[in-house]
Write a protein that binds this ligand. Structure first.
Ligand SMILES: Cc1cc2nc3c(=O)[nH]c(=O)nc-3n(C[C@H](O)[C@H](O)[C@H](O)COP(=O)(O)OP(=O)(O)OC[C@H]3O[C@@H](n4cnc5c(N)ncnc54)[C@H](O)[C@@H]3O)c2cc1C
Length: 392
């Protein structure tokens, strides 16, 4: 396993926890960032089954209602759409948590798993042979394995070693991330304002706090980053139409240029891509890490089954099956996020009307809305066992 981000840690715990001897080449601890993750219900079930969730549940806030508000000023404006978790029999669609708490809980759990050895070094080179992969570490040592799970992020050296190419696209947008305190209660409601430059999404955190992802044009992002604290509070409150009352933005923020990148295969030559090594998608609709956790659960399930059957863990049968199982989930979500983002950015009237009509239909037709909610939380196409809370 290469990469000690949230996707790699989850895959390592899943594999080692099921008895597969695993080395996690975690790299050096990176610079912390202030991102949060809205973990959908299936991801929470998986983290619970892996013994991670009890360690961080108290730092997560439930998402019981999701609102989409058209804030575009355009001719075709969509109605406000509200999704209630109770409508599909769930207590919450998911839970929002700061990445630093999630990663701390994953690291603490990883330290307890007997079959897991964590190495805090970088992988420098990856050489693929017929029956094993050899990874050279920065300190000079080498490790060999039948299968390498590549969770080494968007510039994955494992993916490059396997010769897997990617398709990428960039968007004229920057996502700014902030955390903030506010005067009014959020009442477990997440609100996404759709503006002509991208979404402005407030997601509850425990107490009277929320996280914010504000997607704007890059020049506008630079302007906002320069604001002094009082002006920033005002700017954010204005953009959020004061729905949370007075806001106080906490120190520190993140800035991410938006892009999408998808591997052409999700596994080949004893390398299986997990998390952003396989797919990067814009932070719209909380899909990125939820996909990464489904990758982790799927590779765990396949490797444990192959080992139990005495098959080659890492052989073509396993990598082909992994690719087959992850492809529809990753591709359909990447396409949906791309379409939504492009109809937002488009000045083209038919594109705006398609988005408006889509939201109108969702607002009015209960069964369709419920089907979409269910698919968003637990995808039919790709539900590994861990997402149903079952052990591997
Ligand atoms: C603004 C924003 C908001 C988001 N919100 C959500 C959300 O609400 N819900 C959601 O599901 N997703 C969300 N995402 C996506 C989510 O943050 C990412 O999918 C997730 O962080 C990726 O995790 P990862 O483990 O795949 O990659 P990373 O976190 O990038 O981890 C890769 C790790 O590999 C290590 N590494 C790299 N190279 C090497 C090497 N050679 N040797 C050893 N280690 C190496 C790195 O140090 C790093 O620790 C958001 C993303 C953004 C930008």
């Amino acid at each position: 396993m290469v990469g000690g981000g949230p996707a790699g840690l989850t895959a390592a715990i899943a594999l080692a926890g099921a008895g597969v001897p695993t080395a996690l080449i975690a790299g050096r601890a990176g610079r912390g960032d202030n991102r949060t993750t809205a973990l959908l219900a299936g991801s929470v079930s998986a983290l619970d089954a892996l013994g991670v969730w009890p360690r961080c549940r108290a730092q997560a806030a439930p998402l019981r209602t999701m609102r989409i508000v058209d804030d575009t000023d355009r001719l075709w404006r969509a109605p406000e759409v509200r999704f209630e978790a109770g409508e599909i029999g769930l207590d919450a669609f998911g839970w929002n948590i700061e990445n630093r708490h999630l990663v701390a809980a994953l690291r603490a759990r990883a330290a307890e798993v007997a079959e897991l050895r964590r190495i805090d070094e970088e992988a420098r080179a990856v050489a693929i042979g017929d029956d094993r992969v050899t990874v050279a570490l920065a300190g000079g040592a080498e490790l060999a394995a039948k299968l390498v799970v590549a969770a080494d992020g968007r510039r994955s050296i494992c993916r490059a070693a396997a010769g897997i190419e990617t398709d990428s696209r960039s968007y004229p947008q920057t996502a700014l991330t902030f955390n903030l305190g506010h005067a009014r209660e959020h009442r477990d409601i997440s609100t996404e304002f759709h503006t002509a430059h991208g979404p402005f999404t407030l997601v509850p955190l425990p107490g009277a706090r929320s996280s914010l992802v504000c997607v704007v044009a890059p020049s506008e992002a630079e302007r906002i980053e320069q604001l002094d604290p009082a002006a920033l509070d005002e700017e954010i409150e204005r953009r959020g139409h004061s729905i949370l009352g007075k806001v106080a933005v906490e120190p520190g923020h993140g800035a991410f240029r938006l892009g999408a990148e998808t591997a052409r295969r999700f596994a080949a030559r004893r390398i299986a891509l997990v998390g952003e090594a396989g797919h990067v998608i814009p932070p719209i609709g909380a899909q990125g890490l939820n996909l990464g956790l489904r990758d982790a659960a799927t590779i765990g399930e396949l490797a444990v089954a192959a080992r139990r059957d005495g098959a080659d863990v890492g052989g073509a049968r396993l990598t082909d099956e992994y690719d087959r199982r992850r492809r529809p989930d990753v591709r359909s979500r990447t396409a949906a996020v791309d379409l939504l983002n492009r109809t937002l950015l488009s000045d083209f009237l038919p594109a705006q009307s398609v988005r408006g009509l889509g939201l109108y239909v969702l607002d009015r037709i209960g069964p369709l809305r419920r089907a979409m909610m269910r698919e968003g939380v637990t995808p039919r196409l790709a539900e590994p066992r861990l997402m149903r809370g079952e052990a591997l």
